[in-house]
Design a protein around this ligand. Structure first.
Ligand code: C2E
Ligand code: CA
Ligand code: CA
Length: 807
């Protein structure tokens, strides 16, 4: 992440940068301007001094010239023929002039520049040069020349009566002029000889005359050699001595460049100080304004930054869904004018309002979804999801408290039939009523859920009584004893209940439910309206059943099933009355599998129904074959499972197939066990009547093993009673069995029904049955169940003319 730099600091840095640049530029501009002004001032002063110097020079010249002229007049040179008198007079007056006018030397030169008079013998070269000019121009001339000292030359041409020309030359020291200049301008003055080229550094100078040697010598000693002569002439030289500031200005003394300069030294300490002070003031002012502005900017942006930071700090409240708090803590009334931050805050507020609204909407929807997800819409009971959740919770509670938890899996018996026959609205009504009854059977700590369809699961939390689940089951059975009224009809509904129990907090909820489900299944298998506790074998049975169901499905398509026919003999005549069709399974690994090994397990499965229809078709086919072979009265007994018998499709399909084969139903006897009969009496009767109307016969199989009584059978369209083989097996040794057989035969005949004894294995049994006028018999004594090949042999060998020949 990049380092954080606050907005005020950013603005401050930027503005201060700009400000600093501006201040520096302005300040340096004014400082430079000040410096320029200062130099301009100096130059002006220098000019003034030059003028003054020139003026003083002129004054001196004029003085000397007017003296010469007045002297010439006084001596009356113009009246004289030569210059001798004039020369004498000059000599005489020389001392006075020298004293009075500070003259150094004086010469009178003739036209050939020969001295007519000379105060000093030597005539310097410049004197002769200027004299020549004077003679040539016949006009006064003046000049300055310097050697060891600087001298002012003034020359005036004079003429005598004979018209001859001569030149009066007076040299005077410049010291006077310097003194006057000093007085006039107030500067210390000096004549300096500087021997250096204009551009080269200033060095090797010589002071010739000085107005104040004590001051000027040390001042000149400070001269920096770094400075060039040109610069020095142009701008002067600043020198610092004893904390005083001096300015040396140089004026070229001679027109020809001979290195002689008039130097003026001014004490500019005061001025320099003032200038320095002024400069400092400017800098101070700039700094002060700079810092003042910085503070103002910082303070003004600080507020802005605080507001922005405050808003930023409050924004996470939106994520925490504290919308109101966000609005309270981030609201800020603008001072006078609104700014961008206010607009931003307003937008954030608006956003928070919209988010709050959205959040509320989401919560509402979630609640709704949760309700849908956790509760059954029809019964209002918790649903599967809730069951999982509650079961987990209850299991976890086992860790803290001892006790057992039980799960009751409950299924309404025959709900599907009501639903199919009375419609879904009635089914729903029934479920609602069932749910409310269930709720009434449990404690508040227990949970009743709708598991799906007509299945309910109860979770009985912690109970130290192992009996408690059974108590609840009993209460449920009791509650369902009361009929449920749907519209104007009353329905009796029973339930099957499976129970699983655990004391283990780590038990898996799904496993518990599955176990209870299995136990319920078993309870239903056992006829319903009872409760069973899960045990290990249930699981094994179920597993076996699943394997079997799968195998049977394949077996039908692979044509592994066949029917064996076992003959039934009319005892009075020995006539072959018919056959019982018995199912055989040619299993690829196990060989022939008898129906007892799979039919019990397959009960209540769709496979059983499918197989049952196969049996019908095959039986019809075999009957057709037998009739065609010359047994026109043949009758085949077919075993039916309960669910097959109650299948509403049954009469329709049978009628269809009979018609297809052009067969009469009178060739068929439908064997029902007592258990099938009692399972659902109403439905059974309806189905029986329908099939009876088609022409089928009915036989009660395994008679004596169930709870039916003969009087009970009176109401049913039954034709034949089959005495169970267990009684036949025991009839010779066991008197009770014998009595049952005898009384059954007697009673059946009284009811004008026919009776069949099955399991006849020997002659003694046969004789006794014959003796008691049993109508028909079936058993290994006559024949075992016969496959197609065996049947053919049996018919040709043993029943040549329709009557059995017993060897
Ligand atoms: P079930 O209806 O009582 O059939 C008679 C059973 O007794 C047959 O056994 C038969 O082989 C056997 N049996 C006949 N005579 C004697 C005998 O003298 N001594 C002995 N010990 N047994 C004899 P199976 O074929 O194994 O059939 C067993 C049961 O399977 C049948 O009992 C019947 O309830 C059921 N079953 C057979 N075929 C079908 C079918 O197609 N559909 C249905 N739903 N059940 C069938
Ligand atoms: Ca049978
Ligand atoms: Ca039987």
């Amino acid at each position: 992440m990049r380092p954080f730099l606050s907005l005020p600091w950013k603005i401050l840095t930027l503005t201060l940068g700009a400000l600093l640049l501006m201040t520096v530029v302005l300040t340096s501009f004014s400082l430079v301007k000040m410096e320029q002004d200062f130099h301009l001032q100096q130059n002006k002063q220098l000019e003034l001094r030059q003028q003054q110097f020139n003026h003083l020079n002129l004054l001196l010249e004029n003085q000397l010239r007017s003296w010469i002229e007045s002297f010439t007049d006084m001596v009356q040179l113009r009246a004289q023929n030569d210059f001798s008198t004039f020369a004498t007079e000059l000599a005489e007056h020389y001392d006075a002039i020298s004293l009075h006018l500070n003259v150094e030397s004086m010469w009178l030169l003739d036209a050939k520049l020969q001295p007519l008079y000379a105060s000093v013998a030597e005539i310097p070269k410049p004197v002769l040069t200027v004299a020549r000019q004077v003679l040539a121009l016949q006009q006064p001339q003046s000049a300055t020349f310097c050697r060891l000292q600087c001298t002012k030359l003034v020359m005036v041409p004079v003429q005598n009566a004979s018209g001859e020309l001569a030149v009066v030359a007076i040299s005077t020291t410049l010291l006077d002029v310097l003194a006057s200049l000093k007085q006039g301008v107030g500067s210390e003055v000096a004549i300096v000889r500087i021997e250096s080229a204009e551009q080269s550094p200033l060095f090797n100078f010589k002071l010739l005359s000085l107005s104040n040697p004590e001051l000027m010598r040390p001042v000149f000693a400070q001269l920096s050699e770094a400075l060039s002569l040109q610069q020095a002439i142009k701008r002067g030289i600043d020198v610092e001595l004893n904390q005083q500031q001096y300015l040396i200005s140089l004026l070229p003394l001679l027109t020809q460049d001979e290195g002689f300069y008039l130097a003026m030294v001014d004490d500019i300490s005061k001025f320099a100080k003032a200038k320095q002070q002024y400069q400092q003031q400017i800098i101070w002012f700039a700094c002060f304004s700079f810092f003042l502005l910085a503070i103002i900017i910082y303070i003004s942006t600080l507020r802005l930054s605080r507001r922005l930071l405050n808003l930023a700090a409050q924004l996470p409240l939106l994520a925490q869904r504290q919308f109101r708090q966000f609005r309270q803590q981030s609201s800020h009334a603008p001072l006078i004018f609104q700014d961008e931050v206010d607009v931003l805050t307003q937008s954030a507020h608006q956003l928070s309002v919209e988010l709050e609204h959205l959040h509320q909407q989401i919560e509402l929807n979630t609640q709704e979804l949760e309700n849908i997800a956790m509760f059954d819409l029809l019964t209002g009971l918790p649903n599967r999801n809730m069951l999982q959740f509650q079961l987990k919770k209850s299991l976890a509670a086992l860790e803290r408290q001892q006790g057992a938890l039980s799960v009751l899996f409950l299924d309404l018996d025959d709900f599907k039939k009501i639903n199919d026959s009375k419609g879904h609205a009635a089914g729903d009504q029934l479920l609602v009523e069932a749910a409310s009854r269930l709720r009434g059977c449990i404690r508040s700590a227990d949970i009743a859920c709708r598991f799906g369809g007509d299945e309910f699961v109860l979770v009985l939390t912690q109970s130290n009584e192992l009996n408690y689940p059974y108590q609840v089951a009993d209460r449920i059975f009791e509650a369902f004893k009361q009929p449920i009224s749907l519209g104007n009809q009353l329905f009796y509904i029973s339930t099957s209940i499976g129970i699983s129990m655990t004391e283990d907090p780590d038990a898996v909820p799904d496993e518990l439910i599955r176990q209870a489900d299995m136990a319920m299944y078993e309870a239903k298998e056992q006829g319903g309206n009872n409760a069973l506790l899960y045990d290990q074998q249930m699981y094994q049975r179920l597993a076996q059943r699943l394997v079997l169901e799968r195998e049977i499905k394949d077996a039908i398509s692979l044509q592994q099933f066949s029917l064996s026919l076992q003959p039934q003999i009319e005892l009075a005549t020995g006539r072959l009355a018919g056959f019982e069709a018995l199912l055989r399974w040619q299993h690829p690994e196990r060989g022939i599998v008898t129906p007892d090994e799979f039919i019990g397990i397959l009960e209540n499965s769709p496979q059983m129904i499918e197989l049952g229809y196969w049996v019908f078709k095959r039986s019809f086919f075999l009957a057709k074959e037998l009739i065609n072979k010359g047994y026109p009265d043949i009758r085949i007994a077919i075993n039916l499972s309960a669910e097959q018998f109650l299948d509403p499709q049954l009469p329709v399909l049978l009628a269809q197939w009979l018609e297809d084969l052009n067969l009469s139903a009178a060739h068929f006897e439908l064997e029902l066990t007592e258990r099938t009969l009692v399972k659902n009496i109403d439905a059974t009767l309806t189905a029986m009547r329908a099939l009876k109307a088609q022409g089928f016969y009915f036989a009660i199989d395994d008679f004596g093993t169930g709870y039916s009584s003969l009087s009970y059978l009176k109401q049913m369209p039954v034709d034949i009673i089959k005495i169970d083989k267990s009684f036949v097996f025991g009839m010779l040794e066991n008197d009770a069995d014998y009595q049952i057989i005898v009384s059954t035969i007697a009673m059946v005949q009284k009811l004008e029904l026919k009776v069949v004894a099955e399991g006849v294995e020997n002659r003694a049994q046969l004789q006794l049955l014959r003796q008691h006028r049993c109508d028909y018999a079936q058993g290994y004594y006559f024949a075992r169940p016969l496959n197609d090949v065996q049947l053919q042999e049996f018919l040709t060998d043993k029943v040549p003319n329709g009557y059995l020949m017993l060897g």
